[in-house]
Design a protein around this ligand. Sequence first.
Ligand code: DPM
Length: 363
Amino acid sequence: MPPSDENASGKVLKIGTRKSPLAMLQTEWIVGELKKLDKSLDIEIVPMATIGDKILDKPLPKTGEKSLFTKELEVALADDQVHLVVNSMKDMPSTLPPNLTISAVSKRVDPHDAVVMHPKHKGKRLDDLDDGSVIGTSSLRRIAQLKRKYPNLKFKSVRGNLNTRLRKLDEANDYDALILAAAGLIRMGWENRISYTLDTDDCLYAVGQGALAVETRSDDFRTIDIVSKLHDTDTVIRCIAERAFLRTLEGGCSVPTAVETYIKDKELYMKAGVYSLDGSEALIEKMQTTLVPDEDWDKMIRAQDKSENCEFASITISYHFISPFLLKTAGHLGRDIAQLLLNRGARRILDEARRQNEMSNDL
Ligand code: DPM
């Protein structure tokens, strides 16, 4: 029986996920959170392999496919085979197909990038490594930023699941250190492998890094209603600003873009950067906006049974949770900072990065 015939609010809720240990763990965590909200939910996990999991011999940005980690899952979602899909927010393309949306954004864990040193370099920092030491990462964003600060280091692609990467580091002499998202290591329970996390002065993080996204069909209101309770307000606001930035630049994982956002005293702060592949060029801007409390929302709008598919971010949020006004404010900050960078010549840098990346793909 197709799941669409079942009652998502009372019967089986099917969750599609990648098969990697991290993806399974993230999905199980979301299941746990959903069960806390409604013990009676009957949830089934449907593991699937994606292109990103299958292509292990090439660095990721060169595989020439958009939405590498999400495509098969999105097909299953659109086909009604599953009700929802759990992904790392940073693996979500900035634009989703119109029939799909992000219906929940979980609380962000540490969004910074982490240095994992080879055991033989215990206690060292990148600054202490010899010239020519090899750093494992396939992220154009990390390479571009770190080349600026450490022109003496070499960067080499490393693929595979987190476990595979750590094994490659430990067991071979190919890498002196890896750069990985702190969030992935923390979720896997391997926080002790983090030598230290990179300061955003040295390395801004990826849009959405550290947050989980729950994707559903845009018209599946029963499922949207169930999962929307998982939303974390601050994370949603930050992710909307970050995704609006990415979408305005038409960025993806084939060009180096990076961000930092935080909320303090009702102000949303954002720093965003665009880099040439070799890091020789960098455009970085900072902006902030006031998250004005919206009295109407508390008094009137909040009671409405409506949701907003947020401009620029492909994120749907019920009026019960966040005022639509705040969502717009956040989206505009991301858009404006991107526009500022475009005015300063970001388009040329990104086009050139994309072109070079495609060229090296043909070799
Ligand atoms: C994206 C990038 C990487 C992942 C590019 C980037 C890293 C690729 C690499 C978009 N997705 O960050 O600039 O290191 O070769 C990925 C990880 C997580 C989600 C692992 C990681 C876990 C953290 C999270 C791969 N996607 O970045 O170390 O959930 O945010």
